[in-house]
Design a binder for this molecule. Structure first.
Ligand code: NAP
Ligand code: G4F
Length: 335
């Protein structure tokens, strides 16, 4: 699917309804595209204060099966109301303070939104009473200082940031509600995934935008932090498919979603600059201590064999292809 479009290839047979929190974010918007293609009615939860950043869902304006509801993960009543209005079969809880670097500046706020926000969503589901399938956006940041490489669903957690700790709370409370109340709740432990809609503060998008600016003669460098950090990077439209797949089986189960490959920020720089035929990117990169973190997750790599075996999910889009799409998108946007 190309950026900014919704293919209407559904046969119109699926009459289910989904509520997606974090609808204005990268994953929320890709998931909305996927669900609408499948024929779902989609309600997206967004904070009123964020109405300016609607570019990820601008193409959905006026879609007959797409509605935005006002709500905030820090406001329990707004969540209860959202469930009442939408009456969902499935809930995808993607809203979070999702920027790891920011979580050291606002640890309490991050805990409140990213951790306790999950509890509020689960309580809203319990209050609602009707059977609902619930997806929680867990994160590979929970593995942090990886005690095993690669990480799978049985690897012990070792978070290294207030964000990682908050996600761990969300992960365990989701599991607890499944075990305590028999609710259909699952967590997808997703490793890093990126796309043309990625927030500009994250390293991949920061780099692809900088590449586009340099290409256009509008910038001469990009300031970055730790270039040695390694991540298991995939493409977001592939990963939202995994979220949907996890809510389809009869029994709820948690899954790791990853490519199994790990690359450094340096590798990413090499791939992105090669898209504008620059082989030596070093003159265009400056190291700025402001972008180093109090504690770093040095390397992440996941083992997604369980989801491949059980549900048939595999990462579809090769690394070079999605990096090319991100650079191309940013060149067009800046141009
Ligand atoms: P994103 O682009 O930052 O989207 C998160 C969304 O949550 C934003 O639209 C934000 O709204 C919303 N939000 C923040 N605080 C909120 C609140 N108090 N109430 C309601 N909404 C709120 O993140 P993403 O990359 O799409 O990730 C989606 C989810 O997956 C997040 O939970 C993230 O932590 C998790 N995750 C992401 C990755 C990854 O690599 N992308 C990997 C693992 C897990 P505003 O637009 O108003 O800021
Ligand atoms: O792009 P990042 O900010 O992503 P990070 O911290 O891995 O978190 C993302 O992935 C998680 C899944 O593992 C999600 F849960 C989370 O919500 C988010 O989507 O940083 C990636 C790496 C880090 O090691 C960072 O130190 O890049 C390094 N880096 C180096 N220079 C930088 C920069 N990161 C940012 N954001 N900006 C820099 O200038």
């Amino acid at each position: 699917m190309s950026h900014g479009t919704v293919e209407s290839d559904h046969a119109g047979e699926d009459t289910r309804t989904a509520l997606v929190t974090g609808i204005l974010g990268m994953d929320g918007s890709h998931l909305a595209d996927l669900l609408l293609r499948k024929g779902y009615t989609v309600y997206g939860l967004a904070r009123r204060s964020s109405r300016e950043s609607t570019s990820n869902i601008a193409h959905l304006e006026g879609h007959p099966r797409f509605t935005i509801l006002a709500g905030d993960l820090t406001d329990q009543n707004s969540l209860i109301r959202a469930l009442k209005v939408s009456g969902p079969d499935e809930i995808y809880n993607l809203a979070a303070q999702s920027f790891v670097g920011e979580s050291w500046n606002t640890p309490e706020y991050t805990g409140n939104v990213t951790g306790l926000g999950v509890l509020r969503m689960l309580e809203a589901v319990r209050e609602h009473g009707a059977p609902v399938r619930f997806y929680q956006a867990s994160s590979s940041e929970m593995f942090g200082k990886m005690v095993r490489n690669p990480c799978d669903e049985d690897t012990p957690f070792y978070p290294r940031s207030p964000y990682g700790v908050a996600k761990l709370y969300g992960h365990w409370i989701t599991k607890n509600y499944r075990e305590s109340y028999g609710m259909f709740t699952v967590s997808g432990i997703l490793f890093n995934h990126e796309s043309e809609r990625r927030g500009i503060e994250f390293v991949t998008r920061k780099i692809t935008r900088a590449v586009a600016m340099i290409h256009a003669g509008l910038a001469d460098h990009v300031a970055l932090g730790n270039l040695d950090a390694k991540r298991d990077w995939g493409y977001a439209p592939d990963y939202v498919e995994a979220m949907w797949m996890m809510l389809q089986p009869d029994e709820p189960r948690d899954y790791v979603v990853a490519t199994g490959e790990t690359r450094s920020v340096r590798d990413f720089l090499g791939a992105a600059f090669s898209m504008i035929d620059v082989e030596d990117w070093t003159p265009f990169v400056r190291i700025d201590p402001r972008f180093f973190r109090p504690a770093e997750v040095d390397v992440l790599r996941g083992d997604a064999s369980r989801i491949e075996r059980d549900l048939g999910w595999r990462p579809g889009t090769p690394f070079e292809e999605w990096v090319r799409r991100m650079v191309k998108h940013d060149i067009e946007e800046i141009g």
